[in-house]
Design a binder for this molecule. Structure first.
Ligand SMILES: [Zn+2]
Length: 252
C-alpha cells in the first residue's frame, strides 16, 4: 500500500493535490512537501522529503556514526579551550550561505554544513531550502561557539515528547548524526523541562574529525583557505591545524 502522496503528472507538470489526497496525507502526518517544491522523483522516498512528522525516531547507534561523539560536558570544554569566550570566539565565526540562507557559524561548522548540503544533493535532495537557520548566538551551550545549528525553528519547536512535531527530511537528520552531531531530540534541552528540541543539532566531534570527513570541494576549499585567529594559531589554515600533530605545536 502506498500511503504517501504521489502527485499526478500532466504534460510534465505535477498537479496540485486533490482535497481527498490532502486529507489522506494529513491522516498520516504527511502534509508538507505536497505540490510545490517537490519533484515527482523525490516523492518516492519519504526519507528525502520534508514532511511534518510526529513521534521520536530511534537515535542512530554509535556504530553507525562516522565520528565518535564526545559527551556534552567534555565537548563543551573542548570547544571552550579551542575557541575561547566572547570576543575571542569571533575569530572562528563566519557568515556562510547554505541551503539558500545566510548563517553565522563557527568555521568548522561552516565546513560541516557545506559538506552536509553536498551530501543531501547527492542523495537527491537537490532543492532543499530552509526558512531560518540559527548558529552562533550567545544563549548557552554549543551555540556560544557557533557549533550548534537550529533548522527552521518555527516548524521544529521544542515540545514535550508526546507532542513533538518536526519537519526535516530524515535522510538529512541521519546524515547529521553520522557526521557526529547530537540531535536535540535526544537530550534535555536548556529549558530543563523534559522537552525535546528537534530544530537543534550540535557537533560533538573534534576539529580533526570534522576536517577528515570533508569530501565536497566547497567544504574542503573553506578549510584550506580559512586562516585561524593569528593571536593563537600563528597564521595556520584550518586544514593545516587539523592535519598537524598537535603534540608538537603550542596551543596556548
Ligand atoms: Zn539550538
Amino acid at each position: 500500500m502506498d500511503e504517501f502522496f504521489v502527485p499526478k503528472i500532466e504534460n510534465g507538470q505535477s498537479l496540485p493535490p486533490s482535497e481527498e489526497q490532502l486529507l489522506a496525507a494529513e491522516s498520516v502526518q504527511e502534509r508538507a512537501c505536497i505540490g510545490e517544491n517537490c519533484s515527482a522523483d523525490l516523492m518516492k522516498d519519504p526519507a528525502l522529503r520534508r514532511i511534518e512528522r510526529t513521534g521520536i525516531p530511534k537515535e542512530l547507534a554509535d556504530s553507525q556514526r562516522d565520528v565518535k561523539m564526545m559527551k556534552y560536558e567534555k565537548a563543551l570544554k573542548y570547544y571552550d579551550r579551542l575557541v575561547g569566550h566572547e570576543e575571542k570566539s569571533f575569530g572562528w565565526i563566519i557568515t556562510t550561505e547554505v541551503f539558500g540562507i545566510k548563517v553565522n557559524v563557527n568555521i568548522v561548522m561552516a565546513c560541516l554544513l557545506k559538506e552536509l548540503e553536498a551530501r543531501c544533493k547527492a542523495m537527491g535532495m537537490t532543492d532543499l531550502k530552509f526558512k531560518s537557520l540559527s548558529g552562533y548566538t550567545v544563549k548557552g551551550g554549543f551555540h556560544d561557539y557557533g557549533m550548534a545549528i537550529d533548522f527552521d525553528a518555527n516548524d521544529n519547536w521544542p515540545a514535550k515528547p508526546k507532542q513533538t512535531k518536526y519537519n526535516l527530511p530524515m535522510a538529512m537528520v541521519n546524515e547529521l548524526q553520522k557526521m557526529g552531531f547530537k540531535w536535540g531530540m535526544y537530550f534535555n534541552t536548556g529549558r530543563h523541562d523534559g522537552t525535546t528540541d528537534p530544530m537543534h543539532f550540535e557537533y560533538r566531534g573534534t576539529v580533526d574529525d570534522a576536517i577528515a570527513q570533508l569530501k565536497s570541494p566547497e567544504a574542503r576549499k573553506i578549510a584550506a583557505e580559512y586562516v585561524l585567529p593569528k593571536w593563537r594559531f600563528g597564521g595556520q589554515t584550518l586544514h593545516q591545524y587539523a592535519t598537524k600533530d598537535k603534540k608538537s605545536t603550542s596551543r596556548g
